[in-house]
Design a protein around this ligand. Structure first.
Ligand SMILES: NC(=O)c1ccc[n+]([C@@H]2O[C@H](COP(=O)([O-])OP(=O)(O)OC[C@H]3O[C@@H](n4cnc5c(N)ncnc54)[C@H](O)[C@@H]3O)[C@@H](O)[C@H]2O)c1
Ligand SMILES: O=C(O)C(=O)C[C@@H](O)[C@H](O)[C@H](O)COP(=O)(O)O
Ligand SMILES: [Zn+2]
Length: 346
């Protein structure tokens, strides 16, 4: 599924005339309702009946209860399998929307229109859908591709800086795992603005796309896209559980620092390279206060990571800038050491 950069909504309109859905359902959260929906509705050229479905914004709402509520709404609207769900939002909306669409009536078509940087470069691509459960990230979900992904970069104009920075973490990840030049271009950015990041979005989208094409169901190389997430997701879950959610990209940035340190501790990279990577990530992200969480709690949560096998916690680790190795086993001692290292970073 190739994402389409659509500047003037013409390709979206053409897509709708060829698909001819029986109904359009647009899933938004309160922010994308306010900032993105008017622009979309103002440009849609269609007489297909249309309904808007709004949920509250936030990771806390990416739950089974919200999914059940949304399935009920689909039933109320009496939608058939030829209706089209349009997910207009960030990763929470595309994960949730993709999940409810792929399960309702065993699957109705959906498209993603990402409105965050994270959504454009990562979450809208690749067909991982899902919800959190018992505070475990994306623990219930499906692999289901959207019929199409339409990217309208103008939506970034209303995105708060912190959200832009969160999405930037996944772009850094793409550089680190697959493309040294992309990494160099990203860290050369002096100020994180939509304008400065914009020229690099397509490269990030392509990196993700290419990996997913090789391994849709994450049997092998797709695991590299999870670099930073083994520790990042565990910490994200703990903040969520505490009622103090952090942004996904903030957690990934923290996870990438620890997992880069582990790459060195596991003799995959030199300490020098690891230090360069870490200081570059650090320049964008303030340290998270993870001292509040017992190390054992962080490690216990990692036992639920989806990359694990035979009871082992498997990591994706860096062998150099632009290269990543998956299915690496790591001693508990090295995991602890990386967390201690992070806690003591200046
Ligand atoms: N499926 C995947 O491959 C994948 C990849 C990465 C992340 N994710 C998931 O994505 C989620 C994070 O996504 P996210 O960072 O986009 O968060 P998000 O969807 O919560 O959006 C962040 C915030 O920005 C607001 N917003 C969205 N678009 C806006 C706009 N154009 N202008 C103003 N405000 C806007 C939202 O309402 C929300 O408050 C996490 O749940 C993460 O697990 C999934
Ligand atoms: O697409 C992938 O594969 C990824 O791992 C991308 C990640 O950035 C993303 O956060 C994904 O949702 C994590 O998946 P999970 O399987 O660890 O829940
Ligand atoms: Zn991620």
């Amino acid at each position: 599924m190739i994402s389409i950069l659509d500047q003037d909504f013409s390709q979206l309109n053409y897509f709708l005339t060829t698909l001819k859905p029986t109904k359009l359902l647009i899933l938004v959260d309160e922010n994308t309702h306010e900032h993105c929906l008017p622009r979309l509705l103002g440009n849609l050229e269609t007489d297909i009946p249309l309904e808007i479905i709004e949920i509250e914004a936030g990771e806390e709402l990416k739950t089974l209860a919200t999914a059940a509520h949304l399935w009920e709404i689909l039933t109320e609207f009496a939608i058939d399998r030829k209706a089209l769900l349009i997910n207009l939002g960030g990763g929470v909306i595309t994960d949730m929307g993709g999940f409810i669409a792929s399960t309702y009536k065993r699957g109705i078509p959906f498209i993603n229109i990402p409105t965050t940087l994270l959504g454009m470069c990562d979450a809208s691509i690749g067909g991982k859908t899902g919800i959190d459960h018992q505070f475990l990230k994306n623990i219930i979900g499906t692999f289901a591709q959207p019929k199409q992904i339409f990217v309208f970069p103008e939506f970034l104009n209303t995105l708060p800086f912190e959200e832009l920075r969160s999405g930037f973490a996944e772009m850094l990840k793409h550089g680190l795992i697959a493309d040294e030049k992309h990494w160099a271009d990203l860290i050369a950015i002096k100020e994180l603005t939509a304008e400065n990041i914009f020229p690099l979005i397509q490269t990030s989208m392509n990196i993700k796309q290419k990996v997913v094409e090789q391994d849709f169901t994450e049997q092998n190389v797709r695991k590299t896209l999870n670099f930073g997430h083994t520790i990042g997701h565990a910490v994200e879950s703990l903040f969520l559980l505490n009622g103090n959610p952090i942004m996904h990209g903030e957690a990934v940035a923290m996870g990438m620092i620890c997992e880069t340190r582990i790459s060195y501790l596991n003799n995959l990279t030199s300490e020098e390279i690891a230090d360069v990577i870490i200081s570059n990530i650090q320049q964008f992200y303030p340290n998270l206060d993870i001292r509040q969480f017992p190390t054992d709690d962080i490690i216990n949560l990692m036992k639920n990571d989806k990359k694990n096998s035979f009871g082992n916690i498997n990591f994706s680790l860096l062998t150099s800038i632009g290269n990543c190795k998956f299915d690496c086993s790591v001693s508990v001692e090295n995991i602890r050491s990386s967390l201690f290292y992070y806690q003591n970073l200046e």
